[in-house]
Design a protein around this ligand. Sequence first.
Ligand SMILES: [Zn+2]
Length: 151
Amino acid sequence: MPSKTTAKKKKDAPAPFLAVGDNVDAKCGKCKDVTKHIVLAKIGWKPTRVECCVCSATHEFKPPRPASRRRVAPAPELSPEEEWKFRMKAAKEAAKPYDRERAYAVGEVIAHQKFGDGAVISRASETVCEVVFETGTVKLIMATRATRRSR
Ligand SMILES: [Zn+2]
């Protein structure tokens, strides 16, 4: 009777045996990276406390799995050129010469000496607007709303 020679391979193979004092890769919260650690304590095969070889911090063992990859997928991206065409078509007014002394709202179109006509796509900050030109997106300085509002 043939004996079963092919042992069933379990999918969740046990982690390599680690003894206290062994090196193990783990995530270090202080280094904010996966670094070499020394096993200080363990339960079964699982390390519980480890010491970081880089910063010497001792902490719970965290497997060196990369942090959950959160997909930050914005809406389907348009190339700058497509965005520019779309924005220029959507513009209600003719482009006005770029004037850093005034504030721009998203959707306004401006005529820039160097870049040509462009449309404001976002306000990066109080004093910076992002403008898409045919050649790409450019950040331009603008006046704050507050400046305009003060009378
Ligand atoms: Zn560390």
